[in-house]
Design a protein around this ligand. Structure first.
Ligand code: T46
Length: 140
């Protein structure tokens, strides 16, 4: 049963010196799954949101490596909002969490680490279908 929404921020420890900062991301170390895919988004607009889907199995970590944006996360029972404003922080998004991304700054570069390769069959892109599946999962 999902009693708490499976989405939380993770703090990364940057390695810094006079040359700047370096953040290392390693599967099963500071990232809670093996990383099978990395993708990133650029050329984003404040007025044009993205997302509006959930994943049946996929787990991901989203990082604003530049700029900022706002996530809305919803597991069918609970809804929360998370701002990503620093590259020192990642947002873990578990499976069966509806996500929307809003308010991208023009310089935003949103990078995502994923536990699986791309599979369109893993997406639930209709909110009512998602709600109904989430409530079935909760009962089983
Ligand atoms: C997610 C949020 C945070 C691919 O061909 N390969 C890929 O690895 C991805 C991620 C997407 N695509 C194709 C599928 C669509 O034709 O690229 C197009 C744009 O994808 P989508 O509309 O799903 O993009 P977003 O920004 O709504 O969602 C993306 C991820 O798809 C999704 O998994 O959780 O970012």
């Amino acid at each position: 049963m999902h009693s708490v929404l499976s989405a939380e921020t993770i703090e990364f420890q940057p390695i810094g010196d006079v040359r700047g900062e370096l953040v290392a991301l390693e599967g099963k170390r500071n990232i809670p799954f093996e990383i099978k895919r990395v993708y990133y988004m650029t050329g984003l607009s404040p007025e044009i949101p993205r997302g509006f889907h959930a994943h049946r199995k996929l787990e991901q970590i989203a990082i604003c490596v530049m700029g900022s944006c706002r996530f809305i996360l919803d597991d069918g029972r609970f809804r929360k909002e998370v701002w990503l404003r620093t590259s020192r922080q990642g947002l873990y998004i578990g499976n069966m969490v509806w996500r929307e991304m809003h308010d991208f700054t023009r310089d935003c570069v949103l990078m995502v680490l994923a536990s699986e390769v791309y599979d369109e069959a893993d997406y639930i892109r209709d909110y009512e279908v998602f709600r109904s599946q989430a409530s079935k999962d909760e009962k089983s």
